[in-house]
Design a protein around this ligand. Structure first.
Ligand SMILES: *Cc1c(COP(=O)(O)O)cnc(C)c1O
Length: 221
């Protein structure tokens, strides 16, 4: 068995049934993704539009492709026909463009709202107040072909586990408040995309439903 297949099996074995694995294959060749595919894995994530679109064309059609990186509005059109979940919605204008492209392809695109939980200001995302303003706006309520499934967050790059944990807790609290304010009747608002190679054990303890793991599966980049 390849080491990629072994890594996938080991991680899946650790995950509770409530948590799904998104294998982050950025910067890795399709041959390596295919090893994970042969091991039965079907959910992959990329952070660049061009790379995502190129790989999708070269790999089997039953892969569920997630976009996890910063997304520019002018590039939404390249992934709109097929993307399963966009983790990185960080503005109303981006969501409006996703909706427009979804209409063209006659589909509904599932999205997560990226929340800024880290202390670095380089990481994209909303704060809670901006999400509330968006969800309450008329412009948002007109969007028929995007579905908000939950939140995504990236913790600060630090060795300090207590800081990481408190950032994940913060996301969980925002999630609960938004759920009770806006999604109480909507069971589809259920996803918390938190946890990467270095912090997914913590993220699982703090309520993750989607872990985004790259280097732990495919090796360093
Ligand atoms: C690269 C990346 C990951 C995975 O990072 P690893 O540390 O390799 O597991 C997760 N989420 C996002 C948004 C990424 O860009």
């Amino acid at each position: 068995m390849s080491s990629v297949a072994q890594n996938i099996r080991k991680i899946k074995h650790e995950l509770p049934s409530s948590v799904r694995l998104v294998a982050i294959s950025k910067k890795k060749p399709v041959s390596v993704i295919d090893e994970a595919y042969q091991a039965g894995h079907r959910v992959f994530g990329e952070n660049q539009v061009q790379e995502l679109a190129d790989k999708k064309d070269q790999l089997p059609g039953d892969i569920e492709w997630h976009m996890v990186g910063h997304l520019q509005r002018n590039k939404v059109k390249y992934i709109a026909p097929f993307v399963s979940l966009i983790h990185s919605i960080d503005s109303l204008r981006l969501l409006q463009e996703v909706n427009k492209q979804a209409q063209k392809y006659n589909r509904t695109i599932d999205c997560l709202l990226q929340v800024h939980i880290a202390c670095e200001d380089t990481k994209f995302g909303f704060d809670e107040q901006k999400i509330r303003m968006m969800l309450e706006s008329e412009e948002f309520q007109q969007l028929q072909q995007v579905k908000i499934k939950g939140l995504m967050g990236m913790a600060t790059l630090t060795e300090n586990n207590e800081q990481i944990r408190s950032e994940f807790k913060h996301l969980q609290e925002i999630f609960k408040r938004l759920q009770s304010s806006y999604f109480a009747q909507d069971a589809a608002f259920c996803e918390k995309s938190i946890g990467m190679s270095s912090d997914y054990h913590l993220a699982i303890e703090e309520g993750s439903t989607l872990v985004r793991i790259g280097s732990h599966i495919f090796g360093s980049r």
